[in-house]
Design a protein around this ligand. Sequence first.
Ligand SMILES: [Zn+2]
Length: 416
Amino acid sequence: MQLKTILNRVQKFKSFVYQSVQWSESDGVLTLVIEMVARAHSDPLCSGCGRRGPGYDRMETRRFEFVPLWGIPVLFLYAMRRVNCKRCGVKVESVPWARGKHTLTGAYMQFLATWAKRLSWQEVAAIFQTSWEKVFHSVEWAVEWGLAHRDISKVESIGVDEVLWHRGHPYLTVVYQIDAECKRLLWVGQDRTMRTLLRFFRAVGKQWSAQLRFVCSDMWKPYLRVIAKKASQAIHVLDRFHIAMHMNKAIDEVRAQEARAMRAEAMEVLKHSRWCLLKRPENLTDFQQAKLSDLLRLNLKAVRSYLLKESFQFFWGYVSPYWAGKFLDSWCIKTMRSRIEPMKKVARMLRSHRELLLNWFRAKKAISSGAMEGLNNKLKLTTRKSYGFRTFRVAEIVLYHALGKLPEPESTHRFC
Ligand SMILES: [Zn+2]
């Protein structure tokens, strides 16, 4: 079988033909070079308006990288024509295998982008003997295509969250879709100010925001304000996962304070006790369970904080917002009397967001509580794999690519 036969099977173009296939060797690197020509009597397509027009002249031969074959680099050679377009004047033609000034063919970019979902960009570049930049441009191209072609018309629930990014410029704001049928990343923005989130609402438009039914977020004030203003019809729910985080932070603080103040023997008990108090009881190891009973025997503030946190779990089990509200109030009173300052702070915070907390029950669990946490964990994994992001543009592209569930252009053949 000839290589041309294979190419015509996997990547056939209506107005172009594969002319010749040749070996080329330079600096010990073997390459397959495939010459392309336009079919006789086919007019070139104008890259300005997409219409056909009479040919004007021919330019120098350009090289386009195609998907490597058995690890051998494959290049398309083609001399681009210029079109004498009635509308746009003299323009370079557009060719179906590559876009704009890209030197990689669309098929190769899609190939690299698909691998970049599984491996780090460095690894993809190393395996296919290409550069990090080329992998980046491939993913960027795939993401841009995906964003332009995705359908976000049926989104009813969104979750807003902040993500720690890197030192100096610490935060990103992310907006997820958290509907039961589809959970994905919708938007990424720099910083976590009101302005950041306003940019999102501006990008999606009033009509889109008006159809939202649920918005989930943590208690970060700028977000609360923007959501109240831009999606006032939606039920605003405070995220369970973030409330647990606030409690854990408070317990950690109490424990650390207490450990510092303790005598040596009790110190021994508090050592390595961090996870006993932060984990749910059913997730404890045997060692941690034993540790926990030791801790419970000392009537420590840390332990009392832990018990307060554990008793708060009942809150989520309620069905009616009314009874959940009663529970919340009594929990807050109990905690305010505990004389444990960090826990009192949590109680005050919960109290001042009472209505938003009770919205959880009004949302009738239409939004899955684990969605935000799940997406957040996936996001953390992704950032770890990317060795930190050099720029916001890179961060944005990586995250859309990994979490956006973006559609991909259809091709006649899937290379991977
Ligand atoms: Zn034109």
